[in-house]
Design a protein around this ligand. Structure first.
Ligand SMILES: Nc1ncnc2c1ncn2[C@@H]1O[C@H](COP(=O)(O)OP(=O)(O)OP(=O)(O)O)[C@@H](O)[C@H]1O
Ligand SMILES: [Mg+2]
Length: 271
């Protein structure tokens, strides 16, 4: 993939997990207070090189699962499911945009279904000029996991995690920050294994060695939960872009991670 330029600064890609801004145990349960707090932290950092991607949480995933959107277009009845999945993501995105804009952050959302086509679930074309313009002009681009059109499957689900890795690689990001609802990456799902051990630092080789031990998600997640996330991140890490997995539900953790300050998290680097 050819590296494109945004501005002089290398971008920082921040993923805000659906596990943070929604309650994944209840359908359509937005955590608007968390969104407000995160918006405040983002506003306080005032970074000029930030790109945000957020996940679907209990908005996108359950509807996508109900209509098997990720598996592609097989029957007419799925069309309303595609429409609903995309629509509900615009609703979640709207709530988050509201929180940012109310705090005077010039955030502008980019809708994946309108500028991305995948092929067998992988990004095939991405009209990147609006993202570039936003970035160059000092706006904060915000995009999200979405239901998208697929040249082979008709349609599918594009995860926020794939978008993070794609954008980071395409624009030669400085680093990736992944905000989730747990303290970092563990040797097993900490919500299942109470004795799971958290990693503070991992090299790509160490990550590969434990990849098949990682869990998905106890909640509904059509894009593979934590193990799907790690699989997506690997190519970006391979390119030398470090990734930090941090608990975004804890106040100021995202602030500190964005500032480059020390914070309890898992740092994954190529070497
Ligand atoms: N080895 C692991 N280490 C850490 N968390 C893990 C691990 N295995 C599974 N998990 C689970 O992964 C979950 C986070 O992934 P999940 O996909 O559910 O959230 P998300 O990506 O923030 O949500 P969304 O996909 O909506 O953006 C955590 O809640 C955790 O319980
Ligand atoms: Mg997920």
């Amino acid at each position: 993939m050819r590296v494109s330029r945004l501005s002089e600064l290398k971008p920082v890609i921040l993923k805000i997990g659906g596990s943070v801004i929604t309650d994944k145990n209840r359908e359509l349960a937005a955590r608007t207070q968390e969104m407000s707090r995160l918006a405040e932290e983002i506003q306080k950092v005032n970074a000029k090189n930030l790109i945000i991607v957020h996940g679907g949480g209990s908005f996108g995933h359950p509807v996508a699962q109900q209509y098997a959107i990720k598996e592609g277009f097989k029957e007419e009845t799925q069309k309303i499911g595609f429409a609903e999945t995309h629509h509900i993501m615009t609703v979640l995105n709207g709530l988050f945009m509201d929180a940012l804009i109310w705090r005077n952050v010039p955030a502008v959302s980019i809708t994946p279904s309108s500028c991305i086509i995948t092929r067998k679930g992988r990004i095939q074309c991405f009209e990147e000029n609006p993202l570039k313009m936003l970035s160059k002009m000092g706006f904060l681009p915000v995009t999200y996991g979405d239901a998208v059109f697929d040249s082979d499957l008709g349609f599918t689900i594009l995860s926020g995690d794939q978008l993070v890795s794609y954008i980071a690689t395409k624009f030669n990001a400085e680093r990736i920050i992944i905000g989730v609802d747990v303290d970092g990456l563990y040797d097993a799902d900490p919500k299942v294994e109470k004795t799971a051990k958290m990693f503070k630092h991992l090299t790509l080789a160490e990550l590969k060695a434990l990849q098949n031990k990682l869990g998905e998600s106890v909640a509904c997640d059509v894009t593979g939960g934590m193990s799907g996330k790690i699989a997506e991140l690997m190519p970006a890490i391979e390119r030398g872009i470090p990734a930090t997995i941090v608990n975004a539900t804890k106040p100021n953790y995202i602030y500190k991670a964005l500032k480059g300050e020390k914070v309890e998290a898992t740092l994954i680097e190529k070497e």
